[in-house]
Design a protein around this ligand. Sequence first.
Ligand SMILES: *[C@@H]1O[C@H](CO)[C@@H](O)[C@H](O)[C@H]1NC(C)=O
Ligand SMILES: *[C@@H]1O[C@H](CO)[C@@H](O)[C@H](O)[C@H]1NC(C)=O
Ligand SMILES: *[C@@H]1O[C@H](CO)[C@@H](O)[C@H](O)[C@H]1NC(C)=O
Length: 580
Amino acid sequence: MNVVWIFILYHSVLGVRCTTEDNLPNFVLIMVDDLGIGDLGCYGNTTIRTPNIDKLANEGMKLNHHIAASPLCTPSRAAFMTGRYPVRSGMASTGRIGVFIIAAASGGLPTEELTFAKLAKQNGYSTGFIGKWHLGLNCERRDDFCHHPLNHGFDYFYGITMTNLRDCSPQHGTVFCKASEFKLIVPTLVLIILLHFVGLVTVPRMLLQLLALLVTISVIVFALFVFTFPYFNCFLMRNHQIIEQPFAAENLTQKMTNEAINFIQRNRKQPFLLVFSFVQVHTALFASKAFRGKSNHGLYGDAVEEVDWGVGQIINKLDALGISGKTLVYFTSDQGAHLEEISSQGDVYGGSNGIFKGGKSTNWEGGIRVPGLLMWKGVIQEGMQSDEPTSNMDIYPTVVSLAGLKVPSDRVIDGQNLMPLLQGKTKRSEHEFLFHYCNSYLNAVRWHPRESNSVWKAFFFTPNFYPSDSDLCLDTHVCFCMGTYVTIHDPPLLFDLSKDPSEKNPLTPATEPQFYSVLDVIQEAVVNHSRTLSDVPNQLSVNNIIWKPWLQPCCSSLTNLCVCAKDQETATSEKDTELK
Ligand SMILES: *[C@@H]1O[C@H](CO)[C@@H](O)[C@H](O)[C@H]1NC(C)=O
Ligand SMILES: *[C@@H]1O[C@H](CO)[C@@H](O)[C@H](O)[C@H]1NC(C)=O
Ligand SMILES: *[C@@H]1O[C@H](CO)[C@@H](O)[C@H](O)[C@H]1NC(C)=O
């Protein structure tokens, strides 16, 4: 805080009236979707060019042991926004599906949650959210916007409330075709009917008619769903208004970057908090013309390099406005790279998790060890690094306290203020334990004992890979958290990440004398942790993730299939706000 004090002193000596707002730093919090830690130059990639992101590392703090609170978008983002494990807000599913996949569903971040934006706003911050939200939209009516960013402390929103999916760009194929079990049901039913007519099986007439009806309905429903997906789920909003439906992927990274820069420009004279949540590098992948075909790693690499360009634009803008010294920039990914993302032509559409095992949807390190870069000129020393366990939930208390506020005391906050670590005042992280959930199931625990360099990690279960000699769940596209999809370990599978970061060799009582004593402490920590949990409404229950026609956002009449012209307004809206 030295800089802040000098600033205050300077102002009082000169007799300048010094409002608290003058001393509050700005925040630019950047999150990329599904970016792997192994995709960045500063984390060891030699073939993807990410000079701008690397600059954040060189001129700030690089966290080498930065952990996402969940290996899936919706829960990870809920934890990021609230500083709390997703189970605390009901944003952790008890079923198979762990994220929202339909815009007209009723689940989302509960209004009672206090995001860092809601708090910062109380202290005069101008707050903006640009990009992917994925934390819900409406509750009961299609215009109540109960889960919308503007209802969670943001003054300005430009982006998508859902996630980008392959289905949003039809030529990219469909996740639903792949994941859906319709593709098995329909041929099975057809086969039964055929067998009946050939005379190999006898099916009662009534049942036969029922089967035929089922086939027809399945085919129609599925075809409708695939066909209407982009129109119903892929739309771009400015504040409460849909401005493009379905959204055009072309130039979207550019458009979002311009929005972010304009937000900074408009708010340069007051403290601001901007969350810039890139829609890339989640599939469907896209890159603007200037980047397409330019990287060494196909469309995926092109998309990463365009994201890097976007980050560069932001850094340049802060420099040009002379506010780099009063702006904390954070860069991360919501979880590890999605290794199962391979196109039907065999193109690799998922990134690299470097030396770490597994990827998105698993709590192997590859699913949750994410980039963590923080730059604040003059406050964070250049070229710092830390191997201490930190979490994406730590941004919450860090931002809240820098914004001059106290973290709420009426609820459990799981993040820890990063400033002592960032300013070199301590070498240790405050996180002794981190709990890793697969949806709502406690999957693993990480323990960094206070007096030791070890980082123990115990798994209570692990996903069953397919093919079994891979680190992938290729049959289901993501790994699931329960039932026949996992193997339970009793005693838990134990690793020491400080010696085995790739989680190759589980320890045994023979190889690790502390085996049982470590597990005992972890078990006790789990008991303590469970005592802090309370029952909350499940935002990802079946009822909260299914399509509810009355919640369907639609910018035109349904007969027009909810199609709206391209976004024409960017320029005008900027001028409007500039005049304010
Ligand atoms: C994308 O940007 C390029 C160059 O800036 C422009 O020529 C093109 O028309 C844009 N495409 C769309 C769909 O806006
Ligand atoms: C760099 O990233 C690409 C794209 O994800 C990946 O194929 C490659 O293996 C990575 N290189 C290293 C050294 O991690
Ligand atoms: C569990 O909680 C008790 C009581 O607060 C405390 O003494 C103990 O150290 C805790 N155990 C662990 C492993 O954190």
